[in-house]
Design a binder for this molecule. Structure first.
Ligand code: HEC
Ligand code: HEC
Ligand code: HEC
Ligand code: HEC
Length: 372
């Protein structure tokens, strides 16, 4: 009996300890040793591998010769300079990415009246034309978002699949939240939902309407110890944090993937990925303002959110829990038609590196830090 008790007293704690170990952890050191810039994740919660569709057939150099789409068809406004063959190749790919729906309104018919391919009678075709312009603009003019960091740089870019993944409306989107009911009952003051949009934190559930469209300033940190000129409201600060929670969740990373927690505002202490993210925020605003919202009344009522605005893009739309969408796969290389020509119209602005406060004095041991 006693021997049994003794052996149980040995086994039980071991069992309890085993209960705490809920899964294998994976760690990734992303900064200087000792700086705590580590990414720790539970293996079982890592997002599943992505589906990456292969081209239906190979686009050969010969297929890119010959009469252009503009010469061949009647109403081609964006892709007119492609050869008719490359045009058809691109149409076939788009159908599979956006509208692989069954039935007589699926495939080509999702956007076309099969009796008259040149007609713009279906709103989906008008939207698709705008989306073609948008995708070409993203790939031509927002390259700093894709290629700045030392780890990226392969120029992955985006296709319709990056957002759509075989669905007419991308799975991850946002639209403005309805205003809270008046009075105390049911009024959560836009927070404490808790909402998935801000990783279940007690933060405003919709930081996007304020920060992922338009031009509002995101930085909130004062530049001196007792600021008198530069004071931000708590509500605005919370929106900035809400956006940061979304960005971390959307990319499947921690704050230290971009920031050095010694000083969140300092650019010189941040990782290069924070610059990618800075361009990412501006790119998302460009997408939302100049393409999706700009379509205005083209969107039918069943495509609008509860407050009457269309469904828009945030980091998760493309990233879906990964620091690189689709695990870094470069689908764009097979679809040259989706890369436009760079133009000055929306040349991305430069991050405000110099306008920001100088980094706080660093400890002596830290001064050997190589330039980032
Ligand atoms: C997601 C929407 C969408 C789908 C699906 C789609 N198309 Fe298109 N199609 C467009 C748009 C947008 C244009 C106009 C492009 C432009 O203005 O540069 C177009 C134009 C065309 C034209 C030129 C017609 C003319 O005379 O002006 C042809 C031909 C065509 N598509 C064929 C196809 C075929 C074949 C399929 C199925 C394999 C298909 N499309 C699927 C959106 C779509
Ligand atoms: C950056 C993300 C993104 C990319 C890239 C993108 N789209 Fe979209 N697209 C959206 C969002 C978000 C909506 C939904 C808007 C809504 O429903 O209010 C949408 C809606 C559409 C619709 C309307 C579908 C419907 O049933 O109402 C079509 C058609 C479409 N996109 C075609 C395309 C094509 C073609 C491409 C590639 C040339 C493309 N999209 C690339 C984000 C994207
Ligand atoms: C993917 C990169 C990335 C991640 C992850 C990230 N941030 Fe940020 N953060 C940025 C960028 C970029 C800015 C500057 C935004 C701007 O001004 O447009 C910023 C700004 C901030 C600011 C404002 C600094 C100032 O100038 O006032 C704070 C505070 C902040 N982040 C906190 C956090 C916290 C807390 C987390 C984790 C929950 C986090 N961030 C996660 C990229 C990131
Ligand atoms: C239209 C799709 C799209 C949207 C929207 C988008 N990204 Fe990206 N992002 C990409 C692609 C593609 C890459 C490059 C991946 C590669 O190099 O393989 C990238 C790369 C990055 C990187 C560099 C990752 C690394 O590990 O080097 C960061 C950081 C980043 N994005 C942050 C953001 C943030 C923050 C947002 C939202 C404000 C955002 N992105 C929105 C498509 C997108």
């Amino acid at each position: 009996m006693i021997r049994k008790l003794v052996s149980m007293s040995l086994v039980l704690p071991a069992l309890l300890l085993a209960g705490c170990e809920v899964g294998t952890k994976v760690t990734d050191q992303v900064g200087y040793r000792g700086a705590g810039l580590n990414q720790i994740a539970l293996k079982r919660t890592l997002p599943a591998a992505d589906v990456i569709p292969e081209p239906l057939y190979e686009l050969t150099p010969e297929m890119r010769q010959g009469p252009t789409a503009k010469q061949t068809y009647q109403n081609v406004q964006v892709l007119g300079d492609l050869s008719a063959e490359e045009f058809n190749y691109t149409m076939a790919a788009i159908s599979g990415w956006v509208a692989p729906v069954e039935g007589e309104n699926g495939g080509c018919n999702y956007c076309h009246n099969p009796e008259n391919m040149a007609s713009d009678e279906k709103y989906t075709k008008i939207v698709a034309r705008k989306m073609l312009q948008m995708t070409r603009d993203i790939n031509a003019n927002w390259t700093p978002h894709f290629s700045l960091s030392q780890y990226a740089g392969k120029g992955a870019g985006v296709t319709c699949w990056t957002c759509h993944r075989g669905q007419p409306v991308p799975k991850y989107n946002w639209s403005a939240a309805l205003p809270d009911p008046k009075g105390i009952v049911g009024n959560k003051h836009g927070q404490n939902a808790p909402a998935k949009s801000v990783a279940y934190a007690s933060l405003p559930t919709d930081p996007f309407a304020a920060l992922l469209q338009g031009k509002n300033i995101i930085s909130v940190q004062a530049t001196s110890a007792y600021p008198s000129q530069y004071v931000e409201s708590i509500q605005k600060t919370e929106k900035t944090y809400g956006l940061m929670m979304h960005m971390s969740q959307g990319l499947g990373v921690n704050c230290t993937y971009c920031h050095n927690s010694q000083n969140f505002a300092s650019w010189s202490l941040s990782r290069p990925q924070r610059v990618n993210a800075w361009y990412g925020i501006r790119m998302v605003r460009d997408i939302n303002d100049n393409y999706i919202t700009a379509l205005g009344k083209v969107w039918p009522a069943n495509r609008l959110g509860p407050a009457g605005d269309p469904k828009k893009v945030f980091c998760t739309t493309c990233h879906q829990g990964k620091n690189k969408p689709l695990g870094g796969a470069n689908m764009l290389k097979d679809y040259p038609a989706l890369k436009g020509t760079p133009h000055d119209m929306s040349a991305p602005p430069a991050p405000p590196m110099d306008a920001l406060p100088a980094p706080v004095p660093v400890a002596a041991a830290d001064t050997a830090r190589p330039a980032a």
